[in-house]
Design a protein around this ligand. Sequence first.
Ligand code: NCD
Ligand code: ZN
Length: 336
Amino acid sequence: MITLDRPLDMHVHVRQDEMLRRVVPHTAQQFVGAVCMPNTLPPVDNLERYEAYVEEVKAAAAPLSFDPYVPLFFRDDFTREELSAWAPKLFGIKLYPAGVTTNSDSGVGEIEKIEPILQIMQDLDLPLLVHGETHGYSPDREREFVAVYDRFATTFPKLRITMEHITTREAAEFLGKHENVFATITLHHMLWTMDDMLGGPFNPFLFCKPILKSPDDRAALQDLVKQGHDKLMFGSDSAPHTEVAKRTEGAAGCYSAPVLLPCLAQFFEDQGILDQLQAYVSDNARRIYRVDPPQRSVNLVEKEWTVPPRYGSIVPVNAGATLRWWVEGANEAELD
Ligand code: NCD
Ligand code: ZN
């Protein structure tokens, strides 16, 4: 058995309404808290929506104790007055360059103009979480964005900046450059490459932003994880869409929530680094964000199970695969 103390998923999309109620239990059974991203419709970009969203997620996780950490959706017209008033309650702010991913149309258009807001965030000690991609050629978008991270980290050396879902060797190497820069890595970018998505028949369920990268990029991410880098956190970027939206609308996002801890345990065990899993899925995040999640541990037991083809209308990654770790207390009825 593997026991994880207060595991956290530092990047997940749980959506709204019926979809939210379906997906939150998968996250809450495996994690005691998660960074729930604010790219809802409309986005979570003020205190009122923030408080309502936290309650909606908590209610869907009940009776499990679960802390949703919801970063506010970055608006380029935030004022010092409102951020100062909200800051004691807020977890951080998530920056989406406009149009780079799902529901980011109301994101920031001119990234050069937001430095006054970053100054306010630094003053208030509000962490900045970033979807770091330019509008360039897709495989290069994150590499191009590293220069922006560099400028932000240099100009605001006390601002905690998290590079969300890093996917490239360049971003992996950049992690060591500034004390105030941190990163999350997803399960899918650690395990798979672009060829798993489109080297054979196209697999739309592995289509996500940032897109999967090369074997060399993946090796750089795996090296960081294996090193036990203390500025690295697990963030799944599990991003559910209906099967219809994935197949017919080209929706970007991988639904990995049901398989996360079993797949992570399998990878860490295969690499001979199971003793590092606790830091990766909890300790680093608790230290970096100074969060104090509910005192609850999660057990993984050795038991083979086959990932179902779908959960309701959502197709998970690894559908049909046999995994060898099972989350104690997870819903066995969903396997039928
Ligand atoms: C995410 C989504 O669907 O909300 N999609 C994705 O491909 N990862 C948004 C995001 O994190 O980019
Ligand atoms: Zn995301």
